[in-house]
Design a protein around this ligand. Sequence first.
Ligand code: UD1
Ligand code: CA
Length: 454
Amino acid sequence: MTKRFAVILAAGQGTRMKSKLYKVLHPVCGKPMVQHVVDQVSAVSVEKLVTIIGHGAEKVKSQLGNASEYALQEEQLGTAHAVIQAAPILEGEEGVTLVVCGDTPLITTETMEQLLKHHENTSAKATILTARAEDPTGYGRVVRGSEGNVEKIVEHKDANQSERLIQEINTGTYCFDNRFLFDSLKKVSNDNVQGEFYLPDVIEILKNQGEIVTAYQTSNFEETLGVNDRYALSQAEKIMQLRINKKHMLNGVTIVDSNNTYISTDAVIGQDTVVLPGTVITGNTDIAANCQIGPHTEINDCKIGERTIIRQSVAHNSNIGNDVNIGPFAHIRPDSMIHDEVKIGNFVEIKKAVFGHGSKASHLSYIGDAEVGADVNIGCGTITVNYDGKKKYLTKIEDGAFIGCNSNLIAPVTVGKGAYVAAGSTINQDVPGNALSIARARQVNKEDYADKFK
Ligand code: UD1
Ligand code: CA
């Protein structure tokens, strides 16, 4: 089989984004554009993948890590000049080289496979992935001869009136015979409106040498969208959002309002889970089957078990078990571990806390830096007083303990197994197992005293 290589162009600043963040690092559904491209290209299985870096080189490198090799383009003199930077790694190789722009985040492995097949079947030296655009403004146009054969690509800025009417665009994804690519790159000039070395010029150069150049037109323009500004970024985000949602729906997840549900590329959701409107699921979240998430819920980097319900709440970087009921209006902060059958009710904030099996904090509590055992009941308004302004301290509440309403547990402190804390107590010493602890002022009733204030 012919060897396959890939070059991803990611050295541009992205002036039209008007941003301090380098273009290819702008996220689409939570993942940087260039990472989307690298992930899709990697699945094509290439021998070598080279990313051309320039603006933000270090940042792009640390994003992609060792998923790619790198070639530095110190000055951005155009897309042909960018590909030439990969010569030290690729020039001598025999095979097919796929070139993809780092700003086309919607391109899929399937489409690249089809492009490669077409290329191999036609024995072409170059094949352009093209698409028909309703509005081709800004894209390079594919100029075909009278027989319908590809002649060349003209950039929008260089195109004449009649060329601008062409709706078939260059998507910026190509495959080339590797040897012919690097030979013809040397012949590209920068004699054009932008004074840049254009990669698409390689097409005309090969054509004039009598080589076969072809185009593979995808019916899916959406997939080839190039992101040059924030408007296109929002379009890419929308297309990706609906694509991700559709994948989950076809896998058996109910998404009630796909337009108002935002799920990251890498999230996993089990069958028969229902996601309600206004829900944002980000990062590496993994939600099991038969859950109900939302409405209006934000979940980031969480692992959630089966049959769990989370309504109008926020959960970050935590582990949540099976049959847990959270919300409405709860906040699960990082490093929390919520075991099975726990109930976290309205206006409860949990931070870096373990909640044992079947425990409950149903209303208005702050439980931070805590280890809560199994079957513990935390009454309304309970607070773990974990911070003295300098350090954080641990509160332990052992199995079966009952914390009365409006208690303050001043950490470090332990409430033993099966103990009771009376409502309104401020606990600053350990409570032994099975004890009842009352720590509040005694009540005094002064008979008929109210008359004095009337
Ligand atoms: C390019 C194509 C155009 C095509 C469009 C598809 C050229 C000359 N034009 O135009 O035909 O329709 O993509 O989206 O290729 N880059 C570098 N180094 C450079 C210049 C660019 O690495 O010196 C990178 C950019 O970071 C970007 C990609 O190449 O990821 C494309 O560059 P961009 O300036 O966006 O090209 P377009 O004008 O969109
Ligand atoms: Ca572009």
